[in-house]
Write a protein that binds this ligand. Structure first.
Ligand code: GLA
Length: 383
């Protein structure tokens, strides 16, 4: 019996080791869905309660040991553990140690999904098919990130992906919720890929025309708590233009060339290099240089000290690079960390802000019978 147990144990250990050492062949499709079931693990832990709803934290692990934790509350990514250049695992996103942290007033959209309309809509109003709609003015007279109770503050239904490579979250947003028209059925599929990518696929349908713009608001800091700010990270964005904004960060409808200026990230640049030249810090929408309709590489983030490198692929026309300007050191973050100004940065792949009021911008109106789709991948490696 003992022998049998030992034999079984060594088979299990060998399987685990061979999974951990498995290299992903370059020609294998870059999706977690097709990988062997044994290679992935998915577990769930209770994370507290909101009223009668149970909050669950899902832990996803891929064949190489990358770990991502996600809540059904707000679809919030609480942890991403990836190796540095020496193989040391570290958590590369900001967040809190418990549900209370995420529920506190002033949680600056840590790690969450954002909708129905990510970013700003001017004067908290828009017109559609001759009807005007009023939204919550929760940001200097404008609406921000879906209003008072956006998709970041609701409990999502959840189910495991095939092969346990991730989870799929679903939410039914009612007609009139936060002022938006139409019953919207939203699905967000998080998939861990064999090559250390975290793929996020957003899908939605509606029964009335509505604006929609979905994104994720993860704050990255690739130092695993070693650096208090992201000012030494290097950023690259494939973009020649930003949408020009007024002092309330509402697009004026014109575009500004980035060439040679502080907003120019066409070649990797240390974030701290020019940040002082941008009043308030970076919080702008870069217009992405894109070739096709599929998710393509549009940017990267690098920590020269530890070698962690993230490449961002998306289907979206824009990205809000937000350098954590409003973090003020007053939140109790993970492991007692105080998140000071620029403690983390967001790379919010998205449609342009205020598109419902800007007819020249790419369309954000979803109509009945159409399917909204957006795909973004954050792919982690080292160099
Ligand atoms: C977005 C906005 C910022 C700020 C953060 C949340 O990134 O563009 O201005 O509101 O969300 O703090």
């Amino acid at each position: 019996m003992k022998y049998l147990f030992n034999a079984l144990a060594s088979i299990i250990v060998m399987t685990t080791l061979s999974c951990n050492n498995a290299d992903t062949p370059a020609d294998k499709p870059a999706t977690g869905d097709t990988a062997s079931t044994k290679s992935y693990s998915l577990s769930e832990q209770p994370y507290g309660e909101i009223g009668n709803d149970k909050v669950i934290q899902y832990t996803l692990t891929n064949p190489s040991g990358m770990v991502v934790k996600i809540l059904n509350y707000g679809g919030t990514v609480t942890n991403i553990m990836v190796p540095d250049r020496s193989g040391k695992m570290g958590d590369v996103v900001l967040g809190f140690d418990s549900l209370a942290g995420y529920l506190q007033t002033g949680n600056p959209y840590m790690g969450c999904l954002v909708g129905r309309y990510a970013n700003r809509i001017a004067n908290a109003k828009f017109s559609l098919d001759g009807k005007s709609y009023s939204l919550a003015a929760n940001n200097d007279g404008n609406t921000l990130h879906g209003g008072l109770k956006g998709f970041d503050k609701v409990i999502w239904r959840s189910k495991a992906n095939e092969g346990d490579s991730g989870i799929t979250l679903a939410y039914s947003s009612k007609d009139g919720e936060e002022g938006y028209p139409g019953n919207l059925e939203v699905e967000v599929k998080y998939t861990l890929m064999p090559d250390n990518g975290l793929k996020i696929e957003y899908m939605a349908t509606t029964d009335k025309a509505t604006p929609i713009n979905l994104t994720n608001h993860t704050y990255f800091n690739l130092s695993d708590g070693a650096d208090t700010t992201i000012l030494n990270h290097q950023l690259m964005l494939k973009s020649d233009l930003v949408t020009a904004v007024n002092t309330k960060l509402i697009p004026t409808g014109t575009f500004t060339e980035v060439k040679g200026g502080p907003m120019d990230f066409t070649s990797p640049k240390t974030i701290g290099q020019d940040i002082a030249k941008v009043p308030g810090g970076y919080d702008h929408n870069w217009v992405l240089r894109r070739a096709g309709v599929d998710a393509e590489l549009i940017g990267s983030l690098y920590h020269p000290g530890n070698g962690r490198f993230v490449e961002v692929f998306t289907t979206e026309p824009g990205i809000q690079f937000y350098s954590g300007n409003f973090l003020a050191g007053n939140l109790n973050g993970k492991k007692g960390m105080k998140y000071v100004k620029h403690a983390g940065l967001c790379l919010e792949t998205q449609h342009f802000p205020d598109s419902p009021n800007q007819p020249e911008f790419p369309n954000t109106i979803l109509k009945p019978g159409e399917a909204y789709k957006q795909t973004t991948i954050y792919k982690f490696s080292t160099k």
